[in-house]
Design a protein around this ligand. Sequence first.
Ligand code: GLU
Length: 285
Amino acid sequence: MQDHWVTRFAPSPTGPLHLGHIAAAFFARRHADHGGRFLLRIEDIDTVRCREVFIREALDDLTWTGLRWEAGVLRQSERFPLYQQTLDALRHEGLIYPCFCSRADVAREAAAAFSAPHHAPDGSLLYPGTCRHLDEAERAQRIVAGEPYALRLDAQKALDRLSTPALTYQELNRGPVVCHPGLFGDVVLARKDTPASYHLCVTHDDAAQGVTLVTRGEELRDVTAVHRLLQELMKWPEPVYAFHPLLIDSAGKKLSKRDGALSIKAMRESGMSPEEVRKAAGVTL
Ligand code: GLU
């Protein structure tokens, strides 16, 4: 294994931390052992679902479990102007377009445009490209009229810009894996209610922070294709990737805040020690 990886743990503070977060955080930290750097980043772009209290509690829980990170926790909600610069650069290249479709429009038009299946590998509905075909005058007129819109990447145009016919990502201990961003269609890079999307912010910040090894859950493996495309378009450095399995509960289901997975806070309150919590998360120091 290469030493000196720069890794990060990047939770979204939409709920209390559970064991899956502890496993993910220590997985990232462990890869920064042997002289690397370990960063913490708060991915709080969703200003509706993210809460200050979850950020405070997350930092407290992580410290309590024995995690240590480099000073200077970065918060994505303070970085919207930087993401805007990326969107401006992509717009300048003619690679993004405004999309006025509601979720219902997308569902209806996708059903009409494709025979099944019409989902991307991550389960999201494939966008049939309705607004890609609007002319500039109509776009301008609808924007001036105050119609809300998202910004989508024109995937075909973006793929045409690549200098290599096959896009790959480097997986730790595995080597290059061919990936297919086209399967995701025209992904959203800015939302009606949030000025920048997960794909845009996460790739932007990994590049900006010099992250050399991106670690994340196995369930996010497929979207690496979209991230690699953005990195190529923006000429950002290519990190290596390592994926960790998800923790599952006793019923074999993925632990999730939504299903009320037992929070670290609740475990602390029940009298568990940091060591016991780490053990429950499968972490050995
Ligand atoms: N913020 C994302 C989450 O909590 C993970 C960051 C990443 O994709 O690496 O699910």
